[in-house]
Design a protein around this ligand. Structure first.
Ligand SMILES: [Fe+2]
Ligand SMILES: [Fe+2]
Length: 253
């Protein structure tokens, strides 16, 4: 995998980040404000709050390659930035940050216990469904600061999802991501989406979203991820074959 490409991506992405207009007039009131506040509190903890790093028991082996560790550090730096932005939103809404939530504690416990491969897979699922959450907030939340914050986070999360796609494409040949793999991946994304929806439906519905929209978006983004992954895996394998052929030719000479 071309880690340098991702270092350049994160470096580029750290520039030109307009701070949301936290002091813009706030028009959200009543139930909408209350539900949104609870939802943002949970996201502030879960999206870059808490440990904000790989926490699986066997992560050290995965991080022993300095190139891998550098990119993972840069990825989590962006996650920490999401927590900062969400904290800014909470101050705007007049609410405190929370220190724990059962769903986040459970998620961290499972990640610790099941190992780094599972953790990366679970975090990818979370990135896809969280991105849908932010896209729905961006669409329905009529608030300048909320939209400014979502623009930044959606752009970052889209990059994170691409990073995971490159990582997976590099790991598996084109045959790996067939119908069985895709069905399982879709199922996991729907499960992750449902966990998110249970906790955040109130806020998104209060703002104007609905169940069908949420699940349609999850399905569409998961589909797009799988299709692009297959294309990338095909390209990666072609490159590997050419490189193998060239090195075999050199040895032959
Ligand atoms: Fe994030
Ligand atoms: Fe992310």
């Amino acid at each position: 995998m071309n880690y340098e490409k991702w270092v350049r991506h994160f470096d580029r992405n750290s520039k030109n980040r307009p701070e949301p207009d936290w002091d813009a007039p706030l028009k959200l009131t009543g139930r909408m404000l209350k539900k949104l506040t609870c939802s943002i509190q949970q996201f502030q903890l879960g999206d870059g709050g808490g440990p904000a790093y790989l926490i699986a028991w066997n992560r050290d082996r995965y991080l022993s390659d300095p190139a891998v560790k550098r990119v993972i550090d840069l990825w989590f730096n962006e996650e920490k930035e999401h927590s900062r932005l969400l904290g800014g939103m909470l101050r705007r809404l007049g609410a405190e940050e929370i220190q724990s939530h059962w769903s986040f504690s459970l998620f961290c416990g499972v990640r610790r216990f099941l190992g780094v491969r599972f953790e990366l897979q679970a975090l990818l699922g979370t990135e896809i469904v969280s991105n849908v959450y932010y896209k729905m907030l961006r669409k329905h939340g009529e608030d300048a600061a909320l939209r400014g914050m979502c623009d930044l986070i959606i752009s970052d999360e889209t990059g994170h999802i691409s990073f995971h796609r490159s990582r997976l494409a590099d790991e598996g040949g084109r045959g790996k991501f067939g119908a069985r793999w895709s069905a399982l991946f879709r199922l996991r994304a729907l499960a992750a989406g449902t966990v998110l929806w249970v906790n955040h439906r109130g806020a998104l519905v209060a703002l104007g979203g609905n169940d069908a929209e949420f699940y349609r978006w999850i399905w569409r983004d998961t589909d797009a991820f799988i299709n692009r992954l297959r294309r990338e895996a095909f390209r990666s394998e072609a490159v590997r074959r050419v490189e193998k052929g060239v090195s075999a030719g050199i040895v032959g000479i």
